[in-house]
Design a protein around this ligand. Structure first.
Ligand code: 6PG
Length: 477
């Protein structure tokens, strides 16, 4: 065969990825379960580059140069397993199957270890940037055997987004499930970013009394500063949009029930297992679920709240500035939590994930792309063993400078009854980490009291138990 790469599964993501490869000068074999899609891809976009349309799995495999590299772009889950099962008998040792779907990293680990028995390289690749990204340059997070990356990497570099300094947004993240793990955390951070922006909007609307158009303008201003990001940019677009049918702000005619496909939930489930406090990301997932319970909300709709007048214009403007600080500080916390989770995942699964490289490949192409990510990259590049982003002097200074405004916003939100689960959880995380003593000492006392679960002391090594039911002497635990 002569195709350098093949794409099977030609729904919109697969189709756009195949076109991206072809537009960048590669010969691309394309295949779909039903041939119609393959045919229409080549009919519509054949002029963009060199495609080889394969009618069958056999034809597809035969059209690929060796070692074969085939990208699977089907639905995560059973469909991926079915495709792998179909192709494995047609492949040879050294061939590479690339799963570009939003797979759970645990599935990727399982598939990688099974295929290794057949000497087939399985590369689980996180791809971010939606349909546009797939076509014009996504952020790409490949996991799997380092060896396979040698031949695959240069092809991925061609189609990846380019960071502002020109570097392609792709690098080998680590073995087996590392790429999908990092993509999962990307999505968790995406949820948190979205929730924090939503809270900022809610506060500007209900406390400052701003219209959606005015909030769009405010966000555009923020987007020119340290909050510069794709999500900030598109939020302003959404807020400025007017519904054609009613003439109302678009945001006022959309049902306020947020949906989710599951990657944010996976982030939190995994974090719970790893014991990593991703409270900001968790609140973002819960905020979506809460919004999706209309009956529950209905029963609470008549419960009393504080009731307060909107701020006057000057006070509103001052408040808006503090909301910017709260948003920025909370964003630092979400990324701190997300990167902590990647580090913890790496330790648990034996991956050596380079956190500076992860931040680097999120600088462009993906949904959370932002100027901010280059700062995170340099923080980890300067100190690869940085325990937490909050330990970076630059971020520490910034969060310290923002904390006054951040507290005012959370307090004002509580006084006025505007929910800010993201801002509040982030602030609680910040304060808990700062605290010289945590009430966890009391938790340990309670556990020892009711369950003889023992505790450690601040002044001596060892574990201890107090005879609570007896004379309350302390014994070795
Ligand atoms: C991306 C996105 C992409 C998708 C999310 C949406 O990185 O390109 O994250 O993967 O848009 O899965 O997730 P929800 O449907 O759960 O909001």
């Amino acid at each position: 065969g002569t195709a350098q790469i093949g794409v099977t599964g030609l729904a919109v993501m697969g189709r756009n990825l195949a076109r991206n490869f072809a537009r960048n000068g590669l010969t691309v074999a394309v295949h779909n379960r039903t041939y119609g899609r393959t045919e229409s891809l080549v009919e519509e976009f054949g002029g963009e580059g060199a495609f080889i349309a394969a009618k069958s799995a056999e034809e597809f495999v035969a059209s690929l140069e060796r070692p074969r590299r085939l990208v699977v772009m089907v639905q995560a889950g059973a469909a991926t397993d079915a495709v792998i099962e179909e192709f494995v008998p047609l492949l040879e040792p050294g061939d590479v199957i690339i799963d570009g779907g939003n797979a759970h990293f645990a599935d990727t680990r399982r598939r990688e270890s099974e295929l290794r028995k057949h000497w087939i390289h399985f590369v689980g690749v996180g791809i971010s940037g939606g349909e546009e990204g797939a076509l014009r340059g996504p952020s790409i997070m490949p996991g799997g055997p380092a060896e396979s990356y040698k031949s695959l990497g240069p092809l991925l570099e061609r189609i990846a987004a380019k960071a502002p300094d020109g570097t392609p947004c792709v690098s080998h993240v680590g073995p087996d499930g590392a790429g999908h793990f990092v993509k999962m955390v990307h999505n968790g951070i995406e949820y948190a970013d979205m929730q924090l922006i939503a809270e900022a909007y809610h506060l500007l609307r209900d406390v400052a009394g701003y219209s959606p158009a005015k909030i769009a303008e405010t966000f555009r201003g923020w987007n020119a500063g340290r909050l510069d990001s794709y999500l900030m940019e598109i939020t302003a677009e959404v807020l400025a949009h007017t519904d054609a049918a009613t003439g109302k702000p678009f945001v006022d005619v959309v049902a306020d029930r947020a949906e989710q496909k599951g990657t944010g939930r996976w982030t939190v489930q995994t974090a719970l297992d790893l014991g990593v406090p991703v409270s900001g990301i968790a609140e973002a997932v819960f905020a979506r679920s809460l919004s999706g319970h209309p009956a529950l909300r209905e029963t609470a709709a008549h419960l009393p709240g504080p009731g307060a007048e909107p701020l006057d214009e000057a006070a509103a403007a001052r408040f808006a500035e503090r909301v910017e600080q709260a948003l920025y500080a909370s964003k630092i916390v979400s990324y701190t939590q997300g990167f902590h989770q990647i580090r913890a995942g790496g330790e648990a699964y034996g991956w050596k994930v380079d956190l500076a490289a992860v931040a680097a490949l999120w600088r462009a192409g993906c949904i959370i792309r932002a100027a901010f990510l280059d700062r995170i990259r340099s923080a980890y590049a300067a100190r690869p063993n940085l325990v937490s982003l909050l330990a970076d002097p630059g971020f520490a200074d910034e969060i310290g400078a923002a904390q006054g405004g951040w507290r005012d916003v959370v307090a004002e939100a509580a006084r006025r009854g505007v929910p800010t689960p993201g801002f509040s959880a982030a602030l609680a995380y910040y304060d808990a980490l700062r605290a010289p003593r945590l009430p966890a000492a009391l938790t340990q006392g309670q556990r020892d009291y009711f369950g003889a679960h023992t505790y450690r002391r601040t002044d001596r090594e060892g574990s201890f138990h107090t005879l609570w039911g007896g004379d309350r002497t302390e014994v070795a635990g």
